[in-house]
Write a protein that binds this ligand. Sequence first.
Ligand code: UD1
Length: 425
Amino acid sequence: MDQIVIQGGNRLSGEIRISGAKNAALPLMAASLLSAEPLTLTNLPRLADISTMSKLLEQHGVSVLEVDDGKSGMTMTFDAGGVDNTVAPYDLVRRMRASVLVLGPLVARFGEAKVSLPGGCAIGTRPVDLHIRGLEQLGAEIELEGGYMTARAPNGLIGSKFVFPFVSVGATENLMMAACLARGETVLTNAAREPEVTDLAHCLVAMGAKIDGIGSDTLTIQGVTSLHAAQHPVVCDRIEAGTYAMAAAITGGELELTGVSPGLLDAAFKMLGEAGLEIEDTPTGTRVSLGSGGLKGIDVMTEPFPGFPTDLQAQVMALMSVADGAAMITETIFENRFMHVPELSRMGANVNVHGASAMVRGVDHLTGAEVMATDLRASSSLIIAALAARGETVIRRVYHLDRGYERIEEKLGACGAVIERVQET
Ligand code: UD1
């Protein structure tokens, strides 16, 4: 198993190209199942989760063609004209919860789907009840048996109204995709507005779907009988951009993040600005540096978009661990997303968790240690901490990182970080 070894204390400086967003790419790939004609996606990141979704689609009978110039994002064409299997097996679904996104497209187009329940997850129980209730509202009959969800709609789905009791990114995506092929109108209220949901909506429209209210919390979808071929570029990864912004700041450095679309990180950048970061738009992206006043403790609460993203909570905790003063970090989306706290504490961070909030008291410096990555974003918080720590940090279980950060050691290494990937002995 690989591990990442970082010698801390080097100032980051240079340019990093931000990749296409994993969380946009996965639902976009699932959307290819909605049409018998090919969907071409550009700016795809090279990540383990993208390979897992490709494998899942291939076993459904989708043919996948990949073009990779090794430089910018990958281009992949998904042709679901020959789908011959509507079962998503446990072995693939357990590896990646987003596999559940094939449920809506499969039942909408083929009238049946059998998808494994995703099972446990490190950052909370993460049920799929909203996906199920929403599809039932569109007329699907769903049975849970033997660890699988079996959905049937032999005469097709029927447009309906569904009010999300709370915001769910995945359930919004699943229902929006399914509703595109349902008969009549579907109205989704209290829908997620994350940029990745919006990106999916734009792609569906390019495929011939009729969706109103894109970017708002109410999506109105007029069903059509079929969708057609399209090409779509994947939106940039705002979580990757936010992570590198914090990596720059904790080292007192300066990074130019290219390819960041404006507006995707407004809430996060506003808060990071209060914490002492200087952030400005450039013609090609965003420049981030630490202001002369240094890092200051700020309070952060995670919220659905346009609030501060839960996927940057672990990273901001690493940043706050060496800020001047205290920071209160409150997690409102997931019930168990402080798994990085004991690891950061091993590096000298002063963090006390009380329920959904963590009080972080800034310390003078962190110290390198052997730590373990527990989930994807927790791993990147350990990288941020290690870049600033005195001495060497060894991060184990980096397969989590490979699910969501494209070539992280190359990108950071090119900007002055002393970072290498080594085989665990
Ligand atoms: C997506 C992102 C993930 C991000 C999260 C919140 C992808 C592939 N993953 O995950 O990186 O952290 O949004 O921004 O895009 N819930 C239920 N029942 C459901 C569905 C969700 O109770 O049927 C709960 C979850 O347990 C969680 C909350 O709702 O507490 C939000 O989850 P959701 O927005 O659905 O997250 P994902 O789509 O899984």
